[in-house]
Design a protein around this ligand. Structure first.
Ligand SMILES: *Cc1c(COP(=O)(O)O)cnc(C)c1O
Length: 385
């Protein structure tokens, strides 16, 4: 057994990030300024998007995108129960109704057939989530949206970088939200990015900074002017140049990070192959996953313990794990407000009971990965039915 605890998902920060932040602190622009602008440009280039808007989080990116897309009380937005709560919260924040649907059994991404059944005259848009970094089946969603004039806002908090049928995530739907939270594939401590067409991004930028018709950089820099106009009751979720500094350095390292993630995934796959007690995550042939999370599924009928006990057994062996996610329809707020029962979304619920996310990040050594594999196999051996 390993003698130190293996952290589930620490950030990978180095001298480059520190130098870039120190450089920014020595200038007069510590909040939204030249580095944020550069980060937006370099990020848009990286994913091949027309334009990008840097904000304080992926949650904010989705909130301001929905506001700019005109979501309001009376509207419905269809999303998945199997996501982080904030994907659903942002719809509530605008007074609209989040319509939850079930997921596909292999990827646990939103099920296009369930989306089709949930469409009503009030549906304003779709909010698919590329769960664990595996792109959703976008073609049927885009076709539905096209036919009915709906927006498709993608939650790509896990999906940097990922491809669907050769297309980079960030260039597919109406707009795409990325996260730079501390645990994500690259980080700015807190941060997010929205990609989309220039007209929508510029409208969203106004929503992200008080509803002002000019941003702070233009107002106070020499070539700017003091005048601004408030055109909508906007939010305050602009990215700072301190965050953008970390992001500029992280973006350069992202291809290397991804290479290491894939090596870790392949090592897990090989270590777990041919074991009837567990199901390993898949990657459909038509996609390239960003492999944000390695979600193992227990075949509970082959074991004498459940998922929660399995997690405790791994913790006792110094392996940190997590669960992604507790489906939103099980949470008190949504369960009570919309009267959900656990089995309303049977695929999400049944899989929730058997999910364990294993450590997956670029700092893992082969020895760390082997420790995780040995621990999982040891727990299986001791609790085989
Ligand atoms: C992390 C995460 C978010 C929220 O990202 P923030 O940048 O922390 O706001 C949204 N959706 C999913 C699926 C996530 O994992």
């Amino acid at each position: 057994m390993r003698d130190s605890f293996l952290t589930f998902s620490p950030p990978s920060i180095g001298a480059e990030e520190i130098a870039e932040v120190v450089d920014t602190l020595g200038t007069d622009w510590i909040t939204t300024g030249p580095k944020t602008k550069r980060f937006q440009v370099e990020f848009a280039q990286f994913v091949g998007a027309d334009r990008a808007l840097a904000v304080f989080s992926a949650t904010d990116a989705m909130l301001v995108a929905l506001a700019a897309l005109g979501v309001q009380p009376g509207d419905e937005v269809i999303t998945t129960s199997m996501t982080f709560c904030s994907t659903v919260h942002v719809i509530e924040h605008l007074g609209a109704r989040p319509v939850l649907v079930d997921v596909e059994p292999d990827t646990l991404c939103i099920d296009p057939r369930a989306v089709e059944r949930a469409l009503t005259g009030k549906t304003k848009g779709l909010l698919p989530v590329h769960l664990y970094g595996h792109p959703c089946d976008m073609d049927p969603l885009l076709a539905m949206a096209e036919k009915r004039g709906l927006f498709v806002l993608e939650d790509a908090a896990h999906a940097l970088p990922a491809r669907y049928k050769g297309r980079m995530v960030g260039t597919i739907g109406t707009a795409t939200a990325f996260s730079f939270y501390a645990t994500k594939n690259m980080t700015t401590a807190e941060g997010g990015m929205l990609t989309g067409d220039p007209e929508l991004i510029e409208r969203t930028r106004i929503w992200s900074l008080h509803g002002m018709s000019r941003d702070a950089y233009n107002r106070y820099s020499e070539e700017g002017s003091w005048f601004y106009e408030i055109v909508v009751p906007g939010f305050k979720c602009n990215m700072t140049d301190l965050q953008a500094s970390i992001g500029l350095a992280q973006l350069k390292k992202l291809p290397r990070f991804q290479e290491r993630r894939r090596e870790v995934v392949n090592r897990y796959h090989a270590g777990f192959a041919g074991r009837p007690e567990i199901q390993i995550p898949i990657e459909r042939p038509s996609v390239e996953s960003a492999w944000h999370i390695y979600a193992l599924r227990l075949n509970l009928d082959t074991l004498t313990i459940g998922r929660d006990a399995f997690i405790n057994e791994l913790k006792a062996r110094n392996i940190g794990t997590s669960v992604h996610f507790i489906p939103n329809h099980l949470h008190a707020y949504y369960r009570t407000k919309y009267g959900f029962a656990a089995n309303d979304f049977p695929v999400a619920y049944a899989n929730y009971l058997r999910l364990i996310s294993l450590p997956l990040h670029p700092r893992l050594t082969d020895e760390d990965v082997d420790d995780v594999i040995s621990a999982v196999i040891d727990v299986i051996a001791k609790h085989r039915r």
